[in-house]
Design a protein around this ligand. Structure first.
Ligand SMILES: Nc1ncnc2c1ncn2[C@@H]1O[C@H](COP(=O)(O)OP(=O)(O)OP(=O)(O)O)[C@@H](O)[C@H]1O
Ligand SMILES: [Mg+2]
Length: 461
């Protein structure tokens, strides 16, 4: 069953429930009202009949009977006088029914006539018609029965039931039609959303967007969908770009290595030349390995669900500097590390810091200090090398970008791209500065966690 049909059925059911409740209540109220009224008229007619002390047709004093035939028939009712004689015989006189027809009399009516039972009402059948009979004593030994056909009540009730049914069915049909129209309008954005999703699934084209008008839930859904499409689009484009860049960057060292291997295979070379080519090939393979690791790292950066934990940034940087010292013993490091806690993926943060240190080592003169500082979530690495030219500053974080002056040095230009990716994926950013007294200052700025964790003595354990 489609969602639209379900909405229509639900709205029709809701209206049906409401209408049934109202109709049922109306019917019960009118039913009770009519029957109360009906019973009251029986008692009123009895009271009218016995109110007059004289009767044109009174058989005996005491047994009043002043309801004339036209009165009885005029109100559409029947009257019957019962009298129980001394010999226990019973006489009865009926008005409103054809000659010889009577209202059936049972032992109960006799008891009422003898004033041994209270007045009561009951239903019976006369001439095939259901009637209600009210029987009450008239002293000394009579009873007056006042009756009316029940159709006086059942017919209007039947008519009411028909009217209520028609109105209810009409209401339900109207609710279904309105539900259909409303569902169509309300579900239009959902339809657009579905069409857009189907279009994406069919064509893999993420450039389409849905119109998100207003501020309601569906508009928010549409704008969330657009945001998702945009994020997917950016991610897909960056993945494609990465693959394109990577294949371009890999091609050169691969071609060189292949050429070298071909030379080795085809020509007889003196041993020294052969060793030199083999060294070259080894170096190219090492570079390729580093490049592949970097590319994989960049691709992994967008990987979701990496384990995030609280990380002591100062300790992480200290360890990274320790490794850099071992790799590059000729460099001198000056540390200024303040305890600092951030949330992040330790392996990714280590990689980013290592890349900054690697650059500093690469460009720092051997005996110049490399200053490494950690403060309030910021890791700053400053060297006193040649620095970065103004025209290169905007591009140093781009993938595969290397300043012309750096192209003689080993590297692929992915180091700082990884740094930026790590910083941004941790909700931070990267900055690069040209200090006035030379060198380069590169920083990772991360959101620092609440400092209340620190020990009261200031130093963290
Ligand atoms: N400390 C620095 N001093 C001078 N130039 C720098 C420094 N750090 C980065 N650069 C410039 O920014 C460019 C990009 O740096 P990045 O770390 O991305 O690449 P790389 O170091 O050349 O190669 P890789 O890091 O992939 O081995 C460098 O090629 C260099 O031109
Ligand atoms: Mg680098």
């Amino acid at each position: 069953m489609s969602f639209r049909l379900r909405l229509i059925v639900l709205s029709a059911l809701a209206v049906a429930a409401a209408i049934s409740l109202v109709s049922g209540t109306v019917y019960v109220l009118v039913h009770n009202q009519l029957y109360n009224e009906f019973n009251r008229t029986l008692r009123d007619r009895y009271a009218q009949a016995v109110a007059f002390p004289f009767s044109t047709t009174a058989q005996k004093p005491g047994c009043y009977w002043n309801i004339s035939e036209p009165t009885a028939t005029g109100v559409g009712g029947y009257f019957q006088r019962i009298e129980v004689l001394r010999n226990n015989k019973m006489t009865r006189q009926t008005v409103g029914l054809p000659e010889g027809e009577h209202i059936p009399v049972t032992a109960q009516e006799r008891l009422v006539a003898l004033n041994k039972a209270d007045a009561f009402s009951h239903d019976t059948t006369v001439l095939g018609k259901r009637i209600r009979v009210y029987t009450k004593n008239v002293p000394p030994n009579c009873a007056l029965q006042v009756a009316r056909p029940l159709s006086d009540v059942t017919l209007p009730l039947k008519r009411l039931a028909v009217v209520l049914s028609v109105v209810s069915l009409g209401g339900i049909a109207l609710a279904a039609v309105l539900g259909w129209a409303i569902a169509g309008t309300a579900l239009r954005p959902v339809r657009h959303l579905t069409e857009a999703s189907e279009h994406v699934a069919r064509t893999r084209d993420l450039s389409g967007r849905i119109e998100a008008r207003g501020r309601d839930e569906l508009a928010r859904l549409a704008s969330a969908f657009n945001t998702m499409l945009e994020a997917l689009d950016i991610s897909l484009r960056s993945q494609r770009q990465l693959v394109a860049d990577a294949s371009h960057e890999l091609r050169t060292p691969l071609t060189t290595a292949k050429t070298n291997v071909d030379v080795l295979r085809r020509t007889e070379l003196p041993k020294e030349e052969r060793d030199a080519i083999l060294r070259d090939v080894g170096q190219q393979i090492d570079e390729l390995a580093v490049l592949v690791t970097d590319i994989v790292d960049l691709a992994r950066g967008v990987e979701p669900n990496l384990e995030v934990e609280e990380v002591r940034l100062d300790l992480l940087v200290e360890q990274a500097v320790g490794r850099a010292r071992r790799l590059s013993p000729r460099n001198v490091f000056a540390l200024d590390l303040e305890p600092c806690l951030v949330k992040g993926v330790p392996s990714r943060l280590e990689r980013a810091v290592a890349n900054l240190l690697d650059n500093a080592c690469k460009w720092s003169p051997p005996d110049a200090e490399i200053e490494v500082a950690v403060k309030d979530g910021t890791v700053g690495v400053r060297d006193h090398g040649q620095g970065i030219d103004d025209e290169d500053l905007p591009f140093v974080f781009d993938r595969f970008y290397r300043a012309p002056s750096a192209r003689a040095l080993p590297g692929s230009g992915l180091g700082l791209a990884i740094v930026r990716q790590v910083a941004e994926s941790h909700g931070g950013q990267v900055t690069v500065e040209r200090p006035s007294d030379g060198g380069a200052l590169l920083s990772i700025v991360l959101p620092c966690l609440d400092e209340s964790w620190r020990s009261p003595y200031g130093a963290a354990d």
